[in-house]
Design a protein around this ligand. Structure first.
Ligand code: NA7
Length: 527
């Protein structure tokens, strides 16, 4: 094989298509039973993308983007999965995808300059190149609690949701975790179950989605010139929402009335662009504090029980953890069958056969939903068991945190590429845009190597060191490092605390283009 691709989510599917278009032989190994990646696994009730559907979609084929009809502003998980299936069928991808194929090791052979990928069933495949398309949020973070093996009810994780679904009718349910997954699932579970207890360690800021069916006239307008819409989006920091420009003023400088007006307008529009009302929300603590205070007041105006309202008001920097986009979250706590248990000061002590004990009190439940997130960005990559030159493992090379150049390649791992790897904008963008950028760069780089008689490419040690410094430098100019987020690996015990994604898509794209144009500066190309 020319290329082995790991993962058949949106990154792996496009990588396969792109390889074929370029005349490269390629095969995909996917641990799941179907395409769609994170959308294959995250089937919990309420699962929905927080990027508008007209943006969270491929743009490499004009026919595809014209023919596919999204039904809502924010697509549900089943609709996104149908889209992934449609793409797989339309481009006949499945004939080169092996499903239920768990990769257990990927080893570089120094003498032959090729990679051997081994599956759990012992099958091996050799290839010149390996592309990791394993996704940033694909390795479930499943904390263990004392006594959880004695619990007689059902325990499910949102990121590994049973395909047959979970019947909540008449049941007492616990949800542990209040990030995006918990916040999307809680309103729906509350409607279906007898009683819901939410265990919250850290309150999240969540902005209403105001989701609605898409207006056919609006869709026609976008489709009439989809390319311009896409191009405008790619020019924003998050490759998202080009039609909603970022404010030009500091939130620290406007009057209270003006702040209120702008934030009300953004709240009414809803979604991730809430913080874009001002130009310094994520770089100026004073501005951020004013916005956060406004949201806290908003929460207390929705939630009727003052104690619950107080607990739901986050104390951290707003936007430091990824903003959540919800449908009816705060209002759910006005329901008589929903309780909130604060586990920030008194963590979950243990599970019993009948429930969960916090601060000496047992909460009896029949089903526990772990909405506890992911070992993000590096979790799935490191599980691949990648071993590079001289038998060095990626796990050892990244012992103190991920080091690489442009988030694409790693010194000592020739011809090994990452799509949306740590060190690239990835999760701070509309990830479909980042995926396309990486896939197209990887394919054109392979073609460049072949055309110029090079057999291998890897990051130089120097370029890698300065790239890590650059990513840290950019992050330290923002408020992102000020809380315990998964961007920093802080949600997984023992994980090195390093800010992994790079803020700012357009600047990143121009850096990649510049390095490429300057004869792959920062990369070592060998003959
Ligand atoms: P997140 O955002 O990492 O949220 C996980 C939640 O689970 C969060 O509230 C955690 O609290 C909580 N958690 C994790 N471990 C525990 C334990 N041991 N006890 C109590 N609570 C715990 O994951 P999501 O799946 O919701 O969303 C991930 C991304 O997917 C999201 O940002 C979107 O991009 C899509 P903590 O905040 O760590 O105190």
């Amino acid at each position: 094989m020319d290329v082995v691709i790991v993962g058949a989510g949106f990154a792996g599917m496009y990588m396969l298509h792109s390889c074929r278009q370029a005349g490269l032989s390629a095969v995909v190994f996917e641990r799941g039973g179907g395409v769609g990646g994170t959308w294959y696994w995250n089937r919990y009730p309420g699962a929905r993308c927080d990027v508008p559907s007209l943006e969270y979609s491929y743009q490499f084929s004009e026919e595809l983007q014209q023919e596919w009809e999204w039904t809502e502003k924010y697509a549900t998980q089943p609709e996104i999965l149908r889209y992934a299936e449609h793409v797989a069928d339309r481009f006949d991808l499945k004939r080169d995808i092996h499903f239920d194929a768990l990769v257990i090791s990927i080893s570089y052979d120094d003498d032959r300059n090729h990679w051997t990928t081994t599956l759990a069933d012992g099958t091996t495949t050799t290839s010149r190149f390996v592309v990791s398309a394993v996704g940033c949020l694909s390795s479930a973070n499943r904390p263990r609690f004392p006594g959880d093996d004695t619990f007689t009810g059902k325990i499910v994780h949102t990121g590994e949701w049973p395909h047959e679904g979970v019947d909540f009718a008449g049941r007492r349910v616990a949800v542990i975790g209040t990030g995006s997954s918990g916040i999307q699932a809680i309103p729906i579970i509350a409607e279906q179950c007898k009683h819901l207890t939410v265990f919250q360690r850290t309150a999240s800021y969540t902005i209403p989605a105001h989701n609605a069916p898409l207006d056919p006239q609006y869709v026609r307008g976008i489709k009439a010139d989809y390319a311009t819409f896409r191009a405008k989006n790619a020019l924003t920091r998050a490759a998202l929402g080009g039609d909603t420009p970022t404010g030009t003023r500091s939130a620290s400088e406007v009057s209270d009335e003006e702040l209120d007006r702008i934030l009300n307008e953004r709240w009414a529009k809803g979604g991730l662009l809430f913080l874009g009302g001002f130009n310094d929300s994520m770089v100026n603590k004073v501005s951020n504090d004013r916005i956060a205070t406004w949201v806290r007041k908003k929460i207390s105006s929705i939630v009727r029980n003052p104690n619950t309202a107080r607990l739901l008001q986050p104390e951290t920097v707003i936007g430091c953890k990824r903003l959540v986009v919800d449908s009816g979250y705060y209002d759910t706590f006005n329901r008589p069958n929903v309780d909130l248990v604060d586990v920030s000061e008194h963590p979950i002590e243990r599970f019993t056969p009948d429930g969960i004990v916090v601060n000496g009190k047992e909460h009896e439940v029949d089903v526990v939903v772990l909405a506890t997130g992911f070992d993000a960005m590096t979790g799935s990559l490191l599980k691949l068991g990648v071993t590079g030159r001289n038998g060095t493992s990626l796990r050892d090379a990244w012992g103190a945190g991920p080091v690489n150049y442009l988030g694409l390649t790693v010194n000592g791992f020739p011809n090994f590429f990452m799509i949306t790897g740590p060190g690239s904008p990835s999760v701070l963008t509309n990830v479909l845009v980042s995926i396309q950028h990486h896939v197209e760069w990887i394919t054109s780089t392979i073609l460049h190597l072949d055309a110029h008689g090079h057999s291998a490419i890897e990051a130089t040690e120097t370029a890698q060191e300065s790239w890590v410094q650059h990513v840290n430098g950019v992050a330290s100019m923002t408020l992102f490092p000020m809380c315990n987020s998964w961007y920093l690996g802080a949600n997984v015990p023992g994980k090195p605390r390093v800010f992994m994604p790079l803020p700012g898509f357009p600047d990143y794209v121009s850096r990649v283009a510049k390095a490429t144009a300057e004869h792959y500066e920062g990369f070592a190309l060998t003959n």
